[in-house]
Design a protein around this ligand. Sequence first.
Ligand code: LLP
Length: 729
Amino acid sequence: MQISSSPQSDQHNDALNLTLALDQIRDSVGVPESAAHMFSDILRLLVQHFDADGGALILLEEHGSEPEAVIIDNLEQGEALDLCRAAMMQEKPAVIDNPYWENAIGTKIAMRNQALGGMILVSRQQNFTERSLQLLEIAEKQIDSAIIQARTLWKLAQRERELNALYMVSQLCIQHESQESFLHALAQYLADDFNADLVLITAPAANQSSIRSVVNHRNLASEALIKIANDAAPIKAAQILPIPPGQTELLLLAAPLNEGTLQDGDVIIGRDAWFTTGDQRLITAVVAQLDIALTQFTRINTPLSLPAQLISEIERAPLDHTVCYRDNQLYCNEINLSQIAIQHGTPAYVYNLKRVLENYNALHTALPGAEIHFSVKSNNNPDILRALIAAGAGVDTVSAGEIHLARAAGAKADDIVFAGVGKTIGELYYAISRNIGWINIENPAEVAAVNAVAAEHGCMVRVALRYNPDVAANTNKRIATGHHAAKFGLTEADIRQILDNSNQYSNIHFEGLHIHIGSQLGDTLATQQALENTLRLAKAYPSISTLNLGGGFPAMYAANAPIPTLQAFADAILPLTGDIHLILEPGRSIVANAGILLTRVLYVKQQGDRTFVITDAGMTELIRPMLYGAYQAIVPLSPREGPPKLVTIAGPVCESTDIFSEDILLPPLEPGDYLAILTAGAYGAVMASNYNARLRPPEIVIDETGKQAFVSRRRETWHDLSIRDVPED
Ligand code: LLP
C-alpha cells in the first residue's frame, strides 16, 4: 500500500472537523444505553471521514483475550478480530498488512498506556494517506478518553441488562402456567435481547422426555446445531462454539446448566454478530436463574403435589371411554359398577378384558416386531392370562408358581421367560424340566447352578444375562431397578467374565441380554441410555442375538398425567436396535387401567381437623398407596349432590399407614356409599394379603363384549384361612 500526502490547510480543517465531530458524539453520552451506541457512532463517523469501506473497533477483556466489545462495520467477524489484534500490537497508527483487504490502517486503543484493544479502517482502493495515519492518531486520543467516560456507563448498561434478564426469567415463570410456554417466552425474550437468529433451550418437562424450546428466525437446522454443541463438550461455562459447517456467518454461544455435554436447561444462541464477554456473563446469569425456575415448574406440574383443595378428585381421576359416568352412575364399558358391588359385595376387583386386549394391541402397533411377554407378576388372573396368551402373548414369570399359572392358562413352554433375583434350585429344576424358553440369570453363581441342572437333564438351556446398566430411571425410587445400588442384575464386568468363559458351561446357550430399569418410567431417556449401554456390551459377543428390554411403560394414574406415550418409547428404542431381536415384558401398561377396586364406606368420622372415611378395602387389598406413596384416584360410584368435602380415605387394617389418600375433595359421602379405586389392575390383587385374617377379594371380569361380567376368582372364605393348618391328631 502507498501513502500519499495532501495540502496543509485541508489537513488542518480535517483534523478540526474530526475532533469536533468526535467531541459531539462523546458529549451525547450520558446514559448507559448511549454509551453502548457511542462506539458504533464513533466507528461509523471514522469510516465516513476516511472514506473507508469498513472498519472495526474491538476492546478486549482486561488481561484476557475475549472481546469485551466488538463494533464492526462492513467486515467479516474473523477478519475484524485478526486485524484489530494486529493493530493492538502497533506502537502508533500504522498500515496493517493483512490477507483480507488491499488497504488497512489501524491503531491500538490504550488507556493510561495499557493497550485495551484495536481499531482498524479498511478499503479496497488506495485512499489512505500519511495524513490518514495522523488523523487516526488524533481520533485515537479522543477514543481513549471516550473509553474512560464510557466504560463505567458500559458496565452499568451490562449490569442493567443482566438485571432485566433475571427479572424477566422470574416474571415469565410466574406468568406462564406450563413449562413449555414459559420456555418459549424466555427463548423469544433472549432472541430479542441478543438480536439472535436462533435461541434453543432444552429442559425436562415434569415426568416427560426432554423438550426443546426453539425460536428460530432463519429456519436453521437446530438438530445440526445441537450436535455441534454436543461435540464441543464438555462445556464448562458459557462459551462461543466453533462455527457450524455451511453456516459461515453464524456464531453460536452455548451456556450449560451443568458442566458437561448439552443437556437439560442449556441455552444455545446463534447470531451473525460476535459475542462479547458481556453476552457470556448475561447468559450465565440467565441459565443459573433458569435452574431455579425449572424446579418451580417441576413442583407445580407434578400432579401428586397439587394441593388437593384446588382440584376435585373426580376431575383428577383418569376417566375415559371405558370408565365414565352415565346418568351419575360410574360405568365400566356397558356395566354399571354399582350393580357389581351390590351383587358380589365389596371389596371386589373388576377387570375389563376388552381394555386389556386393546392395551396389548397398542403395544404391538407401537413396537412391531417385538415379542411381548406379559409380566405375570403385575396380574395373574386366569382369565386375563388366558385372553393374552390366546392373543399371542408370551409371559414373563419370576417364580415356579407363576410358571405353573401361565402353563395352566395355556402358555407354551417356549414362550415363557423365567427371571428372578433368587431362584431356588427346585424352581430351576421345575423350569428346565419343562423346557421353559428362556432363563434370565442375575448372578454369577446362578450360571453354574443352571448349567448343572441342565446337564442333569441332558438338555441345553437358552439364557439371557440380566445386565444392570447403572442408569437412574425417572420413577419412584422404590420401583427403580437399573442403578448400581439395586440388587438386580449383573455388572458389565460380571457379564464379560461369564461370556468370555462361556465354553465352561456346555449346557447353556448364551443368546440374550436382559435389562429392566424400573417400572412406571417417567421419561424415555434412561431407557435409551440403558439400551445404548447394553448394545455396546452386546456388540462384542456375536452369540447375543436377543435383547429383552423388560417392562416399565407407565400407566396414567391421574388425568393428563404427563407420561411418555408408547410412541415416544418406540421412537427412543427402535432406531437403536437394528436387527437385534427384541423381547418386552410389559405388565402395568397392559393391565393397570383395566382394573378397578370397588369398596364401600363403612364409617365417616371427624378426628382432629380431618374427616376420615373408613372403607372396607385397605392395604390388604391394594397396598400401592401405603407402600410407595403411590396415587390411585378414588371416586364415588354414584356421586351425591352437595358441596364437595375434604376427606381422608382410610382402610380398616390395624396400621397407621393404612390410608389410601389424604385430604382429597369428594362429593358428600355416607356409610354404605360405594367408591371405585381406579387404575388398580396392576400390582393390586397380586399384592393382596391375609393380614388381620382378612379374606382376599373376588376378581370379577367384564368380558370382551363389555356387556357381561362373571366371577373369575371367588372371594376367599374362612375355610381358605385355615386350609393349610395341619389337623390335630
Ligand atoms: N420385567 C421385570 C424384570 C420386572 O422386574 C418387572 C416389574 C416387569 C418386567 C414389569 O414391569 P411393568 O411393565 O409392570 O412396569 N409393585 C410395584 C411395581 C413393581 C415392578 C416389579 N417389576 C408397583 O406397584 O408400582
